[in-house]
Design a protein around this ligand. Structure first.
Ligand code: SF4
Ligand code: SF4
Length: 82
């Protein structure tokens, strides 16, 4: 499933450059993950890179966007023209 950023976000910007899908943007006041683009890093990395770098532990699974690993991989390939 895609991930989402909760209200504990401090807008530190650490997560934006590590996302392989350019799924994270600065919102107001907290940052936002585009569920259409987030693959939980499936296709690019073993673990969600944004969670690894987030100092606020505010990135969590989005219960409204449940997807299987196969669906996430298909999404990644579609996003990257594979
Ligand atoms: S889990 Fe990966 S693809 Fe999803 S927002 Fe985080 S860094 Fe981007
Ligand atoms: S790394 Fe965490 S605290 Fe920093 S902008 Fe991203 S979600 Fe917010």
């Amino acid at each position: 499933m895609a991930l989402l950023i909760n209200d504990d976000c401090t807008a530190c910007d650490a997560c934006v450059p590590v996302c392989p899908n350019e799924a994270i943007t600065a919102g107001s006041p907290i940052y936002v993950i585009d569920a259409v683009k987030c693959t939980e890093c499936v296709g690019a990395h073993d673990d969600p890179q944004c969670i690894d770098v987030c100092p606020a532990d505010c990135i969590v699974p989005d219960p409204n966007n449940a997807e299987s690993k196969d669906q996430l991989l298909a999404k990644y390939k579609s996003l990257h023209g594979e």
